[in-house]
Design a protein around this ligand. Structure first.
Ligand SMILES: [Zn+2]
Length: 596
């Protein structure tokens, strides 16, 4: 990434002293943690089911404290690796953290195994005990996997082949990461990675957008066979494990992590597909605005309206006001994180790209990383990450460490909600009409990318798993065919798909790392839209309930957490509310461009 010295977030870097004073102390602490874990295992092994409710409570409290200390020391290493990868001391520390982390994990694994080994009557009695209340929901959810766990020897044998499967994942990632091509953006050819080529889809120069995607697809030709072979091996492995374990549905492991019923996920995806026409309506409108007969894929995210620079201090004020107006406590958390040096916003060499939030432990406030480049879109990213940060802070105040962390689908709800609040504020306060249009279009297109495209991708995955389980190899041509068919179901003839897009499936990392991860984005965006609609109905009543939702962490199921806020996941009308909100966003974007 090109780093300009004039960027306004320069100097906004993490202060890691809330984690560890220095690397030396971190090393010492790893040794102490190992000793503590060893001692814990010696005293507690074999006692999970036999020490009574209070005994199990004490055991879990001790483990909770240990797990948090591990998380803190571990994140100290990761945080340095992500912000200062060139320091040799950092690399040593990261290696140490990975090794020690794995050792600790296997040392403490017996707790989960012993919990699963109990029969239903023993476990049921413990789950009724008042002493275990802070842990009960997580313990109950863990038990749901029991029918699919094999004997200890079988599990060990399966674990032993884990590195061989990871090798396919690494190969897939490495092929993409090392792929570069010379591309001329107008000032001479320069080496381009996939991400850099993809970033031109937001460029105002159409020739450049089209050329960048052409070059991208050409480049993917050279790796498509290997990418297909990696995917085929990984899907084949997952399917044979499912068969061995007796897991009946390929989506079950993901639904289980998200604590969502298969029927709820299917109803949501069907509702999304029933609204694909909303997206097409926008693409037709957008083609008119750009003076085209029809959009090409490269025009999908072409800018309309105009962007403007936003200084870091303005962004901070904007996000703080947006959070505080909703509920003062949220603005307070934002301010404290900033003052304590828990935000790293400055883009610089040796720092990772992207953005994330890590809610470390009950005693440390969350750390937020982003790369602030003075664009309006960066303000939205800041708000998104602080949606995670306020969730983590409030949940960790109230819950045990084990009970604060939700599955991916629910975890993205507060971040998307915070993002939607901030965007609405940006739109309301924007004085320049053309910039306002850019914000309206960006909000609509962001929702389309999360809701429509990610659902389309999950459908593609479902077809790949079905084909593979019928004994069909996932070759590049077969994947290409399914990919294009699923894309056409979404875009129909509203967007022209170039021939090379047949390989569009080959660089999506989610397909490789977590199956059906993608639908979580659609779920979160729709749930956040529904929440926004409920908030608007009655802001006074909604805010305290929402704070309660944040503070509840993962102590109840997503259904039970969202229902008190008026979002009933089992009621199809819930999605109707979300789509009304979505429709409103697209409608406002259409009105915006009409006035340009
Ligand atoms: Zn997020």
């Amino acid at each position: 990434m090109a780093v300009s010295s004039s960027l306004s977030a320069n100097g906004v870097r993490w202060d890691l002293s809330d984690l560890e004073p220095d690397a030396e102390q971190a090393r010492r602490e790893w040794d102490e943690l190992l000793a503590r874990a060893r001692d814990f295992a010696e005293r507690r092994r074999g006692t999970v089911g036999s020490s009574g409710p209070q005994g199990l409570r004490d055991l879990l409290d001790e483990l909770d404290q240990l797990a948090q200390d591990v998380a803190r020391v571990h994140f100290y290493a990761t945080a340095r690796e992500h912000t200062d990868a060139t320091d040799p001391e950092t690399n040593d520390l990261a290696t140490l953290a990975r090794d020690r982390g794995a050792d600790l994990e296997s040392m403490l694994l017996f707790v989960e195994l012993e919990w699963l080994a109990l029969d239903d009557v023993e476990a049921g009695a413990l789950l009724e005990a008042a002493e275990l209340e802070p842990y009960v929901h997580r313990l109950r959810v863990a038990r749901e996997e029991k029918p699919y766990i094999l004997s200890e020897g079988e599990e060990q044998a399966l674990n032993a082949r884990r590195p061989a499967i990871s090798a396919w994942e690494s190969l897939h990632g490495r092929e993409l990461a090392t792929l570069t091509v010379e591309f001329d953006r107008g000032d001479g050819p320069e080496p381009h990675t996939i991400d850099r080529l993809l970033s031109y889809v937001h460029h105002h120069d159409r020739e450049l957008r089209l050329a960048a995607l052409d070059v991208l697809y050409e480049m993917l030709e050279s790796v498509a066979d290997v990418q297909a072979a990696c995917y085929d091996a990984i899907v084949g492995d997952r399917l044979s494990l499912d068969r061995l374990r007796g897991i009946p549905d390929t989506m079950w492991p993901t639904n289980q992590r998200n604590e969502l019923d298969g029927a709820v996920v299917e109803a949501m995806m069907a509702a999304v597909e029933a609204h694909y026409a909303l997206g097409r309506r926008w693409f037709v409108r957008k083609a008119e605005v750009l003076g085209l007969d029809r959009l090409q894929l490269a025009d999908q995210y072409a800018p309309v309206g105009s962007d403007r620079r936003v200084e870091w201090t303005e962004a901070v004020g904007m996000v703080e006001d947006s959070l505080s107006d909703f509920e003062p406590r949220l603005g307070e958390i934002f301010r404290t994180c900033l003052e304590r040096g828990h935000v790293d916003a400055e883009p610089r060499p040796g720092k990772v790209g992207g953005a994330y939030c890590n809610s470390v432990s009950k005693t440390v406030l969350p750390y937020v990383l982003l790369n602030y480049t003075d664009q309006l879109r960066d303000v939205v990213t800041l708000a998104h990450e602080f949606g995670h940060a306020v969730h983590g802070t409030l949940a960790l105040e109230r819950q045990t460490y084990r009970s604060y962390h939700t599955g991916i689908a629910l975890a993205e709800v507060p971040s998307t909600f915070a993002q939607l609040l901030a965007v609405e504020r940006l739109i309301d306060q924007e004085e320049d009409p053309s910039t306002r249009v850019m914000l309206l279009a960006d909000r609509a297109e962001g929702a389309m990318a999360s809701i429509f495209r990610q659902t389309m991708m999950a459908r593609f995955e479902a077809r790949a798993y079905a084909a593979r389980s019928e004994g069909k190899a996932l070759t590049r041509d077969r994947l290409a065919e399914m990919w294009i068919e699923e894309n056409v179901r979404y875009y129909a003839d509203s967007i022209e798909l170039p021939e090379g897009y047949r390989l569009g499936w080959s660089y999506i990392p989610h397909f490789i790392h977590v199956r059906f991860y993608t639908y979580a984005y659609a779920f979160a965006h729709l749930a956040a839209f529904s929440l926004l609609a409920r908030y608007r109905e009655d802001p006074e009543r909604f805010a305290p309930g929402y704070l309660e939702f944040l503070a509840s962490g993962a102590s109840r199921s997503p259904h039970d957490l969202l229902a008190p806020l008026g979002v009933d996941l089992r009621d199809p009308q819930t999605w109707a509310l979300a789509f009304a909100e979505f429709d409103r966003c697209i409608g406002e974007a259409e009105e915006g461009v009409a006035a340009l």
